[in-house]
Structure formats: C-alpha cells, structure tokens
Design a protein around this ligand. Structure first.
Ligand code: NAD
Length: 498
C-alpha cells in the first residue's frame, strides 16, 4: 500500500474550514480582512499543496486589533471579572478545544508537517496548560498585606492590559497555550501573531473562543508577514506586555522595538543544546532516546540535543548504535500512520538544512550519516533523511542552530572536558546529561550554562517547572510555571501612614 493510501482521511470539518478561504483574521470578535486585500498562502509541507489563503494584515489592521484588545480590557468586564467566573469561561474554552482535538490536530498536522499523533499531543498540551493556569489563578492572592511599622501597606496585582504574542511555526498550538494561558487567566486580553507558515490553528482557536462566550476582543489573531504584521505588533505602543518566541535574529528586533516603547518583553529564542553521554550509560537505551529527540518534529525543536558529546571509551559503539537507528527511521507523510518523521516546514528550511550539511563538511566535519533529501512514495514534500556529522565544535554545523534532523558528534575524555564542551556555545536553552552516577549527573546538570538541564532524558516539560533560556536563547522570564502567571500581573504597592 502506498503512503498516501494509509493516510488518515481529511475530516469534513477540516475540509470545510480550509475551503472557506481566504481565511480572515479575528479581531474584536469578528472576522477581519486586511485593509489592502493582501493575502498569503499557507501550504502542506508534506505535499507542497496550498492549504488555504489567509489575509495578510497591515500595520493599520494590527492597530485595530490592539485597540480591540484595549477596548475589551477596559469595557468587556474580562479584566475585573471574579477569577472563578473567568475560570468558567476558560475551562469552557479548554473543553471546546479538547472536544475538537481531532479537527485541530489535523489542521495543525497539515499546516506544520507535524506527525498527526504529535499534533494531537500538542492540542492536548494546550488544553492541559490552559486548565493548569486557570486553576492556579483562582488561588493566587491579589492583595498581600505587608508588615511595616507605622503604616498600613499592601501590594496588589493588576492585569497589564492588551498583551502581544508572536509565535514561530514549529509548535503553533502548544506555544499559544504556553504563552497566552497565563495572560488570560490573569485577566489580560491578547493579540496573537502566528507564523506565516502556520496561521491556521490560532484562527480556529479564536473562533472557538467566541463560540464558548469569551467576550469579544479578549483573543485577537492577526495573521500576516513577520516584517509587516509582526513588526507592527512588536512596535505598537498600546501593547502593555510582549512575548516573542522565535529566532534570536528576530528576537533582537522585537526586543529593540519594545525597548523603544519601554514595554516589558519576554524572549524565548533558539538553542544549540548538548547531550553529554558518559561511559556508564546503557548505550542502546541512550541512543534510542537521543535518536527519538533529534527526529521528533524533524529536529525542528528549539531545545533539542543537537550536539552529542560522548565519552571516548564508548564513542564508536554509541555512534554505530545511533547511526543504525537513524537509518531505520521511517520518513513519511505526516498523516500516514507508519511515519515516524514528517517533512520540514518549507523550502527555506529544507535548503537551510542541506546548506548546513554542505558547509559543515566543507569546514572539515566528518559525515557519519549523510542525510539529504528523502524520497516518499506518492508525495512531493520537503522530506529529509536524518544526518550525523562529527568533528570540531568550532565547525559551523556545531555552532549554529540548524533546526533539522542533524546531530553533531564529538568525543570527550572526562567530566571537566564534557562540561567545557557543552558550554562552548553562545546559546543557553537546554542540555542533558546521561549517566548512572546521580552525583555526577547533578554536578554536570548544574554546571552546564542554560535555562534547563535534564538528567537521563531530553525534552521534558512538566507543568510547574519553569522553562526559559539564557544568553542567546532568551530573556525576560520563562513559561510553564507559577512565575509565568505572576509575570502577567503588574505589581502595585499601596501605603497609608497610621
Ligand atoms: P522567526 O524568528 O523567523 O519567526 C518567528 C515569528 O516572528 C514569526 O511569526 C514571524 O512572522 C515573526 N517575525 C518575523 N520578522 C519579524 C519582525 N521583523 N518583527 C516582528 N516579528 C517578526 O522564527 P521561526 O523560523 O518561525 O522559528 C524558528 C525559531 O524559533 C528557532 O530559532 C527556534 O529555536 C525558535 N523557537 C524557540 C522556542 C523557545 O521556547 N525558546 C520555541 C520554538 C521555537
């Protein structure tokens, strides 16, 4: 049977949603087309077919969206609603998303080239995150009395107002959940700029929010091009708090725009994580886990382990085990059940990965597993085979974020050298250490300079554990924990002399 024949059938609701294009933005509770009628196309990376046309918002349109969010903040009652009443509405939204999980997951899978089961996991993660913050917000004291002599004093937490969010294409729905849930639970209103490659799930979500009764203007979605709609949102003086997830290059622009307006900004940026593998590991198990990590969403994961640092005594055995496993990874269409790794998101990403493989080898890296374009029967998409390079960590492929199914191998002699190699990077998002010696695991985990260290695992995101980057990987606070909810309240002190 061909790959196409084994693919899940497109659901009628998905077909209907896609065919209703050009799809409009969602602003102030209504569909909104771009003021100049401009549209852009979003494609299925597994077939290069156009999925839908979407209106590309212009700066004036983004201005209307921020005003709609400000209006909803000031007048809809959302910001002043009792936390439990707001909680009811947010739980209704979580329930509605969960009920439509299959539909949203299929939309996401088609749009991002994401394996269907993983897209379902992302949608469920959205639901869980929304419920997590909604419940937490019920129990956070808004007023806290302070014990000071001669005064009555307290602090009070207020929502900020309209908050802006700019997202990348790799985890559209999941990242929307991680970022807007605390903002909404705290009583803010939001303007979401999805990536131009994956605008669909955010539009679908905004419509659902209206359906379940969130006041108009609480969730606004402004699809469009980054340098137009994204830049207009980042530089809008009416935005009270900004959150950007994406590349360090664009993060700098967003940070500068927010700096100009003195708007607090959270930047969640790229990474070049290391996995440090000591000789006392179970080689087969560790190789399996790291192969799963680098092939998960075709390696388009910011916190992936892309530098595999392996102790010399097991290096050859480990490399052989990984290469054998990577050769067996089933590359295929994202809706096909047997596929383990789908396409990369677009032509630019496809060429970027191939370019790094070429430049890495030109700079002297050894090609352990060649990678390159993969053939998928019956599909003309952006498919790549996993690749392994090895050599000096000064190589371009070891230094820069590739964002594809490519791992870079290097050997170390001892713990000190391993830590130095892991820290030989401008990034600081996530690393892992693999060893059966838990004392060493703790030492190495804490010595690696990054926002996140994992032990005998990679890519772990339990709700309640802060997730953020340092250095070139981000600033301004993280996501996924209680601190994130607190970020979405502006603090105020009130003092009265006695
Ligand atoms: P990108 O920076 O190119 O784009 C991200 C978003 O910014 C898109 O919505 C885009 O339209 C918008 N944008 C582009 N130019 C803009 C401008 N001038 N002003 C304002 N907005 C603009 O990133 P990408 O290619 O979509 O995503 C990949 C990157 O995201 C990688 O570096 C990856 O590591 C990073 N990422 C980080 C995290 C994290 O949590 N740290 C999570 C996912 C992805």
């Amino acid at each position: 049977m061909s790959t196409a024949e084994q693919s899940a059938a497109i659901l009628p609701e998905v077909r209907q949603f896609l065919q209703a294009g050009p799809l409009a933005a969602f602003v102030g509770g209504c569909d909104m087309v771009s003021s100049n009628g401009e549209v852009f196309q979003t494609c299925d990376p597994g077939s290069k077919q156009v999925l839908a046309e979407v209106y590309a918002l212009q700066p004036d349109d983004v201005d209307r969206a921020v005003r709609a969010a400000a209006e909803a903040f000031a007048r809809s009652g959302w910001a002043r609603m009792a936390p439990n009443d707001r909680g009811v509405l947010l739980h209704r939204l979580a329930d509605a998303v969960e009920k439509r999980k299959k539909v949203i997951a299929q939309i996401e899978s088609l749009d991002a080239g994401k394996i269907l089961a993983q897209a379902e996991g992302d949608v469920q993660n959205f639901v869980d995150t929304l419920r997590y913050y909604t419940n937490m917000a019920l129990y956070v004291q808004r007023r806290s009395a302070l014990a000071v002599s001669g005064c009555e004093a307290w602090t009070v937490r207020h929502p900020w107002g309209p908050c802006g969010f700019i997202f990348p294409w790799n985890f559209p729905m999941l990242l929307v959940g991680w970022n807007i849930s605390p903002a909404l639970a705290a009583g803010n209103t939001v303007v979401i700029k999805p990536a131009e490659d994956t605008p669909l799930s955010a539009i679908y979500l905004a419509r659902l929010a209206k359906e379940v009764g969130l006041p108009d203007g609480v969730i606004n979605v402004v699809p469009g091009l980054g340098h137009v709609a994204g830049a207009a949102l980042a530089g809008h003086p009416g935005v009270k708090r900004m959150s950007f997830t994406g590349s360090p290059e664009v993060g700098r622009l967003v940070g500068a725009a927010c700096g100009k307006n003195l708007v607090p900004v959270k930047l969640e940026l790229g990474g070049k994580g290391a996995a440090v593998v000591f000789e006392d590991v179970n080689v087969r198990h560790t190789a399996r886990r790291l192969v799963e990590a680098i092939t998960f969403h075709s390696g388009q994961v910011c916190c992936d382990a892309t530098r595999w640092l392996v102790q010399k005594s097991i290096y050859e055995q480990f490399v052989e085990e990984c290469a054998n496993r990577l050769k067996k990874v089933q590359v295929g269409y994202q809706l096909a059940e047997q596929s383990q790794m789908g396409p990369v998101v677009n032509q630019k990403q496809f060429q970027r990965v191939l370019g790094y493989l070429q430049r890495g080898c030109q700079e002297g890296a050894q090609s352990v597993l060649e990678g390159g374009p993969a053939e998928v029967a019956g599909r003309d998409g952006y498919y790549l085979k996993p690749a392994l390079l090895a050599g000096s960590l000064d190589n371009v492929a070891a230094r820069e974020e590739i964002f594809g199914p490519v791992a870079y191998l290097a050997a170390f002699a001892d713990e000190e050298e391993a830590v130095a190699m892991a820290n030989h990077t401008d990034y600081g998002l996530a690393n892992s250490v693999w060893t059966s010696d838990l004392a060493r695991a703790q030492r190495v985990a804490e010595a690696m300079v990054a926002g996140n260290s994992w032990i005998n695992a990679h890519n772990l995101f339990p709700h309640g554990v802060p997730y953020a980057g340092v250095n070139k990987s981000g600033m301004g606070g993280g996501v996924l924990s209680a601190e994130t909810l607190l970020d979405y309240w502006r603090p105020q002190s009130v003092v009265r002399p006695l």
